[in-house]
Design a protein around this ligand. Structure first.
Ligand code: XMP
Length: 321
């Protein structure tokens, strides 16, 4: 029968048996799946695990710190954190097309991860790579039975042939809510365990227009207010995701104090969903929307207007890009 203790014990045993005295690598994204997978593998083999975190500078406020400090403190993991903000922003300079942004972030991520994997491999010869694949992903890709913990050699997400690792996928038999329970049992902070989904390209696809550090800072400030107020209202678990989108190339006239302003709008995009395939705009209480709006326009100088996206998916997507 399913208890977190059973699952943890069983997986720890499996991982130990498969890995032996070999070395293992894991990429952390900031999301719950990779964090729980890493915590589980760490419980099984401790110091034989090295985690890599590529900080692309497109995270929300406090998220890199959460990985680099809270996660490391909670689990005691060896972490290679790569500060690649400059590199990503340079690669994104002048780019406004959404698909282009995605391609660039994906490419730079693989480049950086590959270089880091090579470095760690040279130090301690890596045999295995951890991935936070869940049961629904396994089913979707036609891998059905779900019992196997480790797949054979596999070309992982664009890594070159000479960097081939065997995959460890300790979450292959689990659903999202089970992964969250496991995360809590393994001592991960609740903020990490209940984090909303966040796209790989990060805030780059929530800035409509070119991505610059200034714009990222503006969006981070607004996004933090929205998240803080949602949490304060106790509504985190009622909604699926709450993107805040900066219309960086749009300005509108406003008035504040005695002065005319000419600032940017942000869009609040709270949605409910089961699986992100379809979604509905969330009927957040107006008083919560009001607090968010007032705080953003008061506290973020460059923003003078807050709008609410009331589009379902379809026809809208969850993200604006
Ligand atoms: P859309 O905007 O297509 O998003 O309704 C559906 C879900 O996917 C996330 N999303 C992404 N995740 N890389 C990702 O890893 C991406 O390029 C990407 N684009 C969208 C989005 O946040 C939502 O949860």
């Amino acid at each position: 029968d399913w208890t977190t203790t059973n699952v943890v014990d069983e997986q720890v045993e499996l991982i130990r048996r498969q890995v032996g005295d070999k070395q293992v690598l894991c990429a952390l994204s900031g999301g719950v799946d990779s964090a729980v997978a890493a915590a589980l593998v760490h419980k099984a083999i401790g110091d034989q695990l090295t985690c890599v975190y590529v900080d692309h500078g497109l995270q929300r406020a406090g998220e890199s710190e959460q990985i680099e400090k809270d996660f490391v403190a909670a689990i005691g993991i060896r972490l290679e954190a790569i500060d690649a903000e400059e590199q990503f922003l340079t690669a994104l300079a002048g780019v406004t097309d959404p698909e282009q942004k995605r391609k660039i972030v994906g490419r730079e991520f693989i480049r950086t991860f590959e270089a880091t994997a090579r470095k760690v491999d040279a130090e301690r010869h890596i045999e295995f790579l951890v991935q936070g694949t869940l049961y629904p992903d396994v089913v979707e890709s036609g891998g059905g039975t779900g019992a196997a913990n480790i797949k054979s050699h596999h070309n992982v997400g664009g890594l070159p042939d000479d960097l081939q690792f065997s995959l460890i996928e300790p979450l292959r038999t689990l659903f999202k809510d089970e992964v969250r329970e496991l995360g809590l049992a393994l001592g991960l902070p609740e903020t990490m365990v209940y984090r909303h989904p966040f796209p790989g390209p990060g805030l780059s696809i929530r800035i409509i227009g070119e991505v610059t550090r200034e714009r990222l800072d503006i969006l981070r400030a607004a996004d933090l207010i929205a998240r803080t107020e949602l949490t304060a209202a106790g509504l985190d678990r009622d909604i699926w995701q709450f993107p805040v989108v900066l219309l960086a190339d749009v300005r509108s006239v406003g008035v504040q104090g005695d002065g005319r302003t000419y600032g940017h709008p942000v869009v609040l995009r709270p949605v409910t969903s089961e699986d992100a395939m379809t979604a509905d705009w969330s009927r957040l209480p107006y008083d919560v929307i009001e607090r968010i709006s007032t705080r953003i326009t008061n506290e973020v100088d460059e923003i003078n207007r807050v709008t609410l996206d009331v589009t379902s998916k379809p026809p809208g997507t969850i993200e604006w890009e």
